[in-house]
Design a protein around this ligand. Structure first.
Ligand SMILES: NC(=O)C1=CN([C@@H]2O[C@H](COP(=O)(O)OP(=O)(O)OC[C@H]3O[C@@H](n4cnc5c(N)ncnc54)[C@H](O)[C@@H]3O)[C@@H](O)[C@H]2O)C=CC1
Ligand SMILES: O=C(O)[C@H]1O[C@H](OP(=O)(O)OP(=O)(O)OC[C@H]2O[C@@H](n3ccc(=O)[nH]c3=O)[C@H](O)[C@@H]2O)[C@H](O)[C@@H](O)[C@@H]1O
Length: 442
């Protein structure tokens, strides 16, 4: 089937590539000319494992096209996917400007009946709002059906997730339209759950809010464990053995970041407050997460005192491993605090440095070499659990650092392993390992 996808970010590009891979003829449209030029040359504008290879394959096999022109991109399409951003506004609610613009682009350019499928995360009621905008601005006498099809992929494993998701949610008023979307997705072999439009929209927010809640919950338990001498890794494992709880998303650390949990949790509290419901639980989840991001700095200050002039190796910048995405990364908050403390910061990240430079700026130094970051440093802060960091020979800390003093925000190392080295190690929700002989930081 001929399909158009509007917006080629993490969701749109992966969706377009995956739909072409299962045999559809896909045109991806973006207003960003530079991005489109790159994609036409077979270069992915984002780092996602496996994406570029699949993209090039489908371009070469003549099923995948990129354009900046909505009219050309929509030509002969039976289905148009919307995958533009829905960033947060100053009050935390979802900004629908890009969505409104696409609805107008659709109205102005379609020449035959279409099904408009929204993949973007949008507040309950938005799909109907999209239909209204399209109908009010239509140029040709055509019929438009809408389907809510929220996306559940994770960055860093988006290609894998698209082919191996747990469910595809389809929210529709019109069962014929729902059936078309079901058939399009059949080759993925993933169960499709069909429901009404509003429920589909809410499933997305509720799912992200629930996962964020799980993270803040385990982080609170971790903070308590640390003070009581219990071990969060052990606690999370023991909890996860209960199938009703499940073992996933119980990794304690410095909290969740990224383009979605922070924004979607805030948007859901706004959605609730619009109907005079105070979502107290979710408000606490957000508060716990905000505090969690600063904990590493607090721990370091409690241990070292003044960070002024201390050489700090900041290990990992992206909001999670395997992505170059810096949106709402804990490293932003942490590097800002380090600069306020007048620390001398050198940051390591294998992929995200160019994005980080734009957000964090030139107040810190950057390197793609972990060893270079550690060289002569007084302390190391682990912010993102990249494999390069997890798999490092721990002796490297001893060899390279002025003082092998580590504050690990992602519990990268086994405590028994750390104890074999002359390293002082503080992690999250676990006992500290003190170096023998003690590491002295003045
Ligand atoms: N990033 C993620 O992992 C996930 C994101 N989502 C949701 O999906 C949506 C998209 O997110 P991302 O892919 O991260 O966004 P993004 O910000 O990376 O990409 C959006 C793209 O849309 C383009 N665009 C904006 N207006 C346009 C227009 N009128 N016509 C054509 N292109 C236009 C932009 O140039 C940009 O390339 C958001 O609602 C997000 O909440 C849902 C699940 C996962
Ligand atoms: O709506 C979205 O955009 C997406 O948001 C998340 O995906 P993503 O943000 O890409 O990445 P996650 O793996 O969920 O991690 C989010 C954050 O939570 C943190 N996290 C995750 C799991 C955990 O146990 N502990 C923890 O601190 C990660 O470090 C990261 O900062 C959801 O997992 C996806 O299902 C959803 O589609």
């Amino acid at each position: 089937m001929k399909i158009s996808v509007v917006g080629t970010g993490y969701v749109g590009l992966v969706t377009g590539v995956a739909l072409s891979q299962i045999g559809h003829n896909v045109t991806c449209i973006d207003i960003d000319q530079e991005k489109v030029e790159k994609m036409n040359k077979g270069i992915s504008p984002i780092y996602e494992p496996g994406l570029e290879e699949l993209m090039v394959k489908n371009i070469n096999e003549g099923r995948l096209f990129f354009s900046t022109n909505h009219q050309q991109g929509f030509k002969d399409s039976k289905v148009i996917y919307i995958a533009v951003g829905t960033p947060e506004k100053a009050d935390g609610s979802a900004n629908l400007t890009f969505i409104e613009q696409v609805a107008k682009n659709i109205a102005a350019n379609i020449e035959e009946d279409v099904i408009v499928v929204t993949k973007s995360t949008v507040p309950v009621g938005t799909n109907h709002y999209i239909k209204d905008i399209i109908q009010q601005n239509l140029v040709k006498d055509v019929t438009v059906e809408i389907v809510s099809n929220p996306e559940f992929l994770r960055e860093g494993s988006s290609v894998y997730d698209t082919f191996n998701g747990d469910r595809i949610v389809v929210g529709a008023d019109n069962m014929e339209a729902a059936k078309v979307i079901k058939v399009i997705n059949e080759p993925f072999g993933i169960p499709v759950y069909v429901t009404d439009v509003q429920s589909a929209e809410m499933i997305k927010y509720a799912s992200n809010a629930f996962l964020a809640t799980k993270i803040s919950f385990i982080n609170e338990i971790g903070n308590i464990c640390e003070k009581l001498g219990a071990d969060i890794e052990s606690v999370a494992f023991g909890m996860g053995l209960d199938k009703r709880i499940g073992s996933m998303f119980l990794n304690a650390g410095i909290g969740y970041g990224g383009s979605c949990f922070p924004k979607d949790t805030k948007a859901l509290t706004q959605i609730a407050s619009n109907i005079d419901h105070q979502f107290e639980l979710l408000e606490s989840v957000i508060k716990v997460n905000n505090n969690q991001q600063s904990l590493l700095i607090e721990k370091a200050k409690n241990r070292v005192g003044n960070l002024k002039g201390k050489r700090v190796a900041l290990l990992g910048l992206s909001f999670k491993p395997n992505t170059d995405d810096m949106r709402e990364a804990a490293s932003i908050v942490i590097s800002k605090k380090l600069l306020e403390e007048e620390a001398d910061v050198i940051a390591f990240d294998p992929i995200a440095i160019s994005n980080a430079r734009r957000i964090i700026g030139e107040g810190i130094q950057y390197t793609e070499s972990l060893e270079e970051a550690l060289e002569d440093s007084d302390l190391a802060l682990i912010v993102t659990e990249w494999d390069q960091i997890k798999e490092i020979n721990l002796q490297t800390y001893v060899d390279k650092m002025k003082n092998p003093l580590i504050f690990d925000g992602r519990n990268c190392y086994d405590l028994n392993e750390v104890e074999k080295y002359s390293i002082e190690y503080h992690s999250m929700g676990r006992r500290s390992v003190l170096a023998k002989p003690a590491v002295a930081v003045q």
